[in-house]
Design a protein around this ligand. Structure first.
Ligand code: PGA
Length: 242
């Protein structure tokens, strides 16, 4: 969610009303830019809407001007933080070496984490999707984490983010099944079974139901379709029937 304040407020108000009127609505959260987190978090308090940061640094305290620690996110009431979003990898050149300590710090601070994975178009064309996903999981997912914290894996193929070209439901399901199998093999059966894996990349009101139909697709990470009042709630509504 990267909105100006007024539009952000509108989207949040609409979402809050939708959630209040729709008990069967899916678990819903928003991750606004850091600047708007505090007012949105305060507005969403005591509602079903969860709030998270888009990014964090791994140190608790210290002189890191411009950075936000997961403890600060927790301090204002956030429950979630995204680690490893594609733009952090591909625009800001962060790697698994950056993400692993962030993820650990986020758990220590008491946050839940959405850790994003996904291949570029070139990697997919070279048949390297599974290799890339394994690598991204291996270098960042810890052996264990606190039982009362949740790790969600985001599968966000880079070529599908912000392009309008979503992965097909089959492509999404295939990657998600691979990710679940990775957890089964390298972590545990019970983690694999309870793991929520969300697909992101051009999820829109018109394709959300088809994408969520995959048995291993447990949710969606939504970018541009959350930027317009009306569109995000349509997407939420259409996800219910799936
Ligand atoms: P998109 O963005 O829905 O616009 O493709 C997804 C994301 O930024 O995670």
């Amino acid at each position: 969610m990267n909105l100006r304040r007024e539009t952000g407020r509108e989207v949040v108000e609409e979402t809050l009303s939708f959630l209040e009127e729709t008990p069967e609505a899916p678990d819903t959260g928003v991750c606004p830019p850091a600047l708007y987190l505090d007012p949105i978090q305060r507005r969403a308090r005591n509602s079903a809407l969860q709030v998270g940061g888009q990014h964090c640094y791994h140190e608790k305290d210290g002189a890191y001007t411009g950075e936000i620690s997961p403890w600060m996110l927790k301090d204002i009431g956030c429950e979630w933080v995204i680690v490893g979003h594609s733009e952090r990898r591909h625009v800001f050149d962060e790697t698994g070496e950056d993400f692993a300590p962030k993820l650990k710090a986020a758990f220590e601070a008491g946050l839940n984490v959405i850790y994003c994975t996904g291949e570029t178009a070139d990697e997919r064309n070279r048949g390297e999707t599974e290799q890339i996903l394994s690598q991204q999981l291996e270098e960042v997912v810890p052996g264990q984490w606190p039982e009362d914290r949740e790790l969600i894996i985001g599968y966000e193929p880079v070529w599908a983010i912000g392009t309008g070209e979503s992965a097909t439901p089959d492509q999404a399901q295939q990657a998600h099944a691979f990710i679940r199998d990775w957890f089964r093999e390298f972590r545990s059966e019970s983690i694999a079974e309870s793991l929520r894996i969300q697909y992101g990349g051009s999820v829109k009101p018109y394709n959300v139901a088809d994408i969520l139909a995959g048995p291993d697709v447990d949710g969606a990470l939504v970018g541009s379709a959350s930027l317009e009042p009306g569109t995000f709630t349509s997407l939420l509504e259409n996800s219910i029937t799936s």
